[in-house]
Write a protein that binds this ligand. Sequence first.
Ligand code: ACO
Length: 389
Amino acid sequence: MSGKETREDEPQVMRGLEGVVAAETDISYVDGVNGELYYKGYSIHDIADTCTYMEVAYLLLNGDLPTTRQLEEFRRQTVSEMRVPAQAIKMMEIMPPSSHPMDVLRTTVSSLSYFDHDATDTSPQANRRKAIRLIAQIPTIVAHLYRIRRRESILSPDPHISMAANILYMFHGGVPSEEHMRAMDQLLLLQADHGLNASTFAARVTASTHADMHAAVTSAIGTLKGPLHGGANERVMKMLKEINNVDEVEEYIESMLAQGQRVMGFGHRIYKKEDPRARHLRESSEALCRTSKDRNFFEIAHRIENIVLQKKGIYPNVDFYSATVQHALGIPEEFYTTIFASSRISGWTAHILDQYQNNRLIRPTSKYTGTFNRKFIPINARTDSEETR
Ligand code: ACO
């Protein structure tokens, strides 16, 4: 066969793998038709206001919600693993101040494998220890980087408080208010897992080659960064700041849509209704945004929500109100996606353990669109006008 011909055995391409079932998992379920999300069978609505992120991380790793004793043990174990090696901190200090926090996080997490005494042990026990260590270390890396960037001394995690409280403490110093602690806890809880999203899929693909846990999580962080995935939250805040006045929302959004641009923080591959996480974050954001500046951002966001729904029939996703929540918690926008990673690490590691346990190499096929049997021309006979592909 020569030239560009269609072969009879050509597979059908599912663009963006839409509708392709690529794994079996009982970790979480995204019900796009009804706009529901389940963690290990629990509806997100039943746990969003009552559980803590630590309970959810335990649930994702162990399959059941912990008892009080199990939770305290898990909290203590996790918080005791929050310190990151001095060499990794040094590396963060010498990275260019202009580098994006997600890039620094990706490189630092990758480097943690050099210092992890379980790095080359791929037994289920060692993999679980590494999972807990990464759940513990990622928030510390993020908070340390924030303070390094501000030329402030880094703060060691406090072993007596929760993960959410520790993140706020290591960012800002001082004990966070009960309200801020709860808001951070809920933000982490809501972003902990979400079916076979792009970054989790990337983690599972890497794990499916029997690469180690640090390699799989590094893949996931690189994937989360993109603006079509976790990177959208940062763009949401940039948009809110650019609009800055609730009266200008309509014109701004109309102009974006007229130019065929995407409104960040809206739309979803699976949800045909409202993303259930957005509802809780909207409520949290409204409660937190009491000062006039924060209030302004909440009102702009709410107006955008109404206009995009009215004009495009598209709902906000988790990234939309996570921006206003994080702004109210004093997190700068370039760190928003790193906070997302600080939560999603529990889902990633649960999925990586799941993949190792029931592994088959993930290796899809592609539809070849090239040609066959091109005439080979030796290099010394090729001319500039000749295609050299
Ligand atoms: N703003 C405007 N239009 C949109 C948006 C949006 N945010 N999202 C989808 N659409 C439109 C598309 O233009 C397209 O319209 P068309 O059929 O007229 O061309 C239609 O809706 C379908 O869009 P697709 O790109 O095919 O949907 P897909 O499932 O591939 O994409 C995605 C989902 C990437 C999330 C998309 O909605 C988007 O780009 N949103 C903005 C970025 C964002 O918020 N990402 C975070 C997602 S949540 C998360 O990952 C944590």
